[in-house]
Design a protein around this ligand. Structure first.
Ligand SMILES: CC(C)(COP(=O)(O)OP(=O)(O)OC[C@H]1O[C@@H](n2cnc3c(N)ncnc32)[C@H](O)[C@@H]1OP(=O)(O)O)[C@@H](O)C(=O)NCCC(=O)NCCS
Length: 172
């Protein structure tokens, strides 16, 4: 399945969808608070440019790296490649723009997210024991940019285009 992936310059038109997506994750990201941060960036994926986002990523720009703060796909839209298309596109965009690495923390028991990140080329760098308030460990994951082994997705980049179309990278 193909997705239109874009970085949001204005959150207002998709605010409701973003709030809903942010509540998918137990972290319950505060969209308004994040939107006020100068280093926060929001990216979304939609089936077409007319559709509401079905997945979003919140990124922080940290020096010459990026931190993936939150990733979520609507429950009814999972396992269709939305998160992979979204992350592939933004990782390649930031790599091309000169960012040196991406990093994140994920719950040790979050099999879906860890599978997603490993598939994109992230490596586990450290386990932080009892990191979360329920005692669960965190896995720190790291990916050098630009990515050297590009996933089998097909991405169409147009100069200065506000959005790109990315496939889910699934093999035919
Ligand atoms: C993790 C999450 C974002 C994945 O979104 P998604 O759009 O369904 O993911 P994709 O369809 O792009 O899947 C890409 C790959 O991730 C892995 N993956 C995704 N869901 C998985 C699952 N339920 N179990 C195992 N692996 C899974 C697979 O490797 C998959 O590739 P495949 O389908 O070819 O096997 C989604 O499950 C979600 O929103 N979870 C709740 C929020 C969350 O935990 N966010 C992460 C915070 S760190």
């Amino acid at each position: 399945m193909n997705f239109v992936v874009r970085e949001l310059s204005d959150l207002a038109p998709v605010h409701g969808a973003l709030v809903a997506l942010s509540r998918v994750n137990s972290a319950h990201v505060d969209i308004e608070a994040e939107a006020r941060l100068p280093h926060a960036r929001f990216w979304v994926a939609s089936p077409t440019s007319d559709d509401e986002p079905v997945a979003y990523v919140l990124v922080w720009l940290v020096g010459d790296e990026i931190e993936i703060i939150d990733v979520a796909t609507a429950v009814t839209q999972r396992r269709r490649g939305a998160a992979r298309a979204l992350l592939s596109t933004l990782l390649d965009a930031y790599g091309s723009a000169g960012r040196k690495a991406a990093f994140l923390e994920v719950r040790a028991g979050n099999v879906a997210a860890i599978g997603l990140y490993l598939g994109l080329g992230f490596e586990r760098t450290r386990v932080r024991r009892g990191y979360y308030s329920n005692g669960e460990d965190a896995h720190e994951m790291y990916l050098a940019l630009p990515r050297v082994s590009v996933s089998p997705q097909r991405t169409e980049h147009a100069a200065n285009a506000p959005s790109v179309t990315a496939s889910n990278g699934a093999k035919p």
